[in-house]
Design a protein around this ligand. Sequence first.
Ligand SMILES: Nc1ncnc2c1ncn2[C@@H]1O[C@H](COP(=O)(O)OP(=O)(O)OP(=O)(O)O)[C@@H](O)[C@H]1O
Ligand SMILES: N[C@@H](CCO)C(=O)O
Length: 315
Amino acid sequence: MAVYTAVSAEALGDFLRGFDHGELVSLKGIAEGVENSNYLVDTTTGRFILTLYEKRVSADDLPFFMSVLDHLASDGNPVPRALPDRTGTLIHELCGRPACLIEFLSGVSVSHPTAAQARAAGAAMGAMHESLAGVALERPNTLGPEGWQALLARCGHDLDAIEPGLFARVTQAADDVVAGWPHDLPRAVIHADLFPDNVLMLGDRVSGLIDFYFACTDIRAYDLAIMHTAWAFDARGEAYDAAVGTALIAGYADRHRLSDAERAALPILAQGACLRFLATRAWDWLNTPADALVTRKDPLAYWRRFEAYRQGLFA
Ligand SMILES: Nc1ncnc2c1ncn2[C@@H]1O[C@H](COP(=O)(O)OP(=O)(O)OP(=O)(O)O)[C@@H](O)[C@H]1O
Ligand SMILES: N[C@@H](CCO)C(=O)O
């Protein structure tokens, strides 16, 4: 469960008095997620999400995320906007953390996507990239190749406590991926974390794209590669579902051009994505206090995916 900061009904009641969204009726911590504290808030006028930003989200980056969301929502993408208070302020402080009140979107995230759902989700990413083409917003990817190499180095030999020999294997893997990393592909604002749990669906239709807090400027096809690693495997990273993987890419290509060079780069981009998620999961695995109300995610599930891509999954 991800609730790092407890918010009392009194504190939230006071907070809501600054908005035109009614009075507090109920407040529930949301179990899903690992990064931020999220609450489901019902008021006398509707339902909202309250997010308190923790851990990896810097308050300085929030204006960038809010601008991306605002642009995407204005262009018809199903993303939640942050709601302004009566003074027009979007980003607040609550219980000592940066906080936003956010539009609630209906839908559920699927644990085992079907090919039809993957196709729709791929198309939603394609539409998002279409909207973001040429948008002059910039945020460097702090979890790009240099970022994950640095994080793996900080984990150091503690990685061997996760699996003996892991440190040496991932260090070599990271060197290999960095050596083959493409530098001439189109770059744009990307989501960078569009896992199934960040896509809300009603049946086979996408009703929401959420959790833009890793959004950044990077290789556009890297976003699709990240999505492929997250959607097309079982949770342990053991079984690859080719129908889901193929549908995802086909759905994307229906809505946004995927050049031959981008397609050819997907294997190396996917390997990089695996190391990026292995790195953050391993760091959290080694550094999450035992009493934290959060379910840690398995780093090795990303090492298994890495091996699958390295052995030519796309070939
Ligand atoms: N705008 C929204 N509308 C409806 N539900 C939402 C919204 N935002 C978040 N949620 C719910 O809260 C959960 C956690 O949100 P989110 O994925 O943003 O958290 P996180 O801690 O940043 O997660 P992650 O581990 O994926 O980075 C989601 O799975 C979803 O159930
Ligand atoms: N989507 C990420 C968590 C957010 O960084 C993971 O599954 O590791």
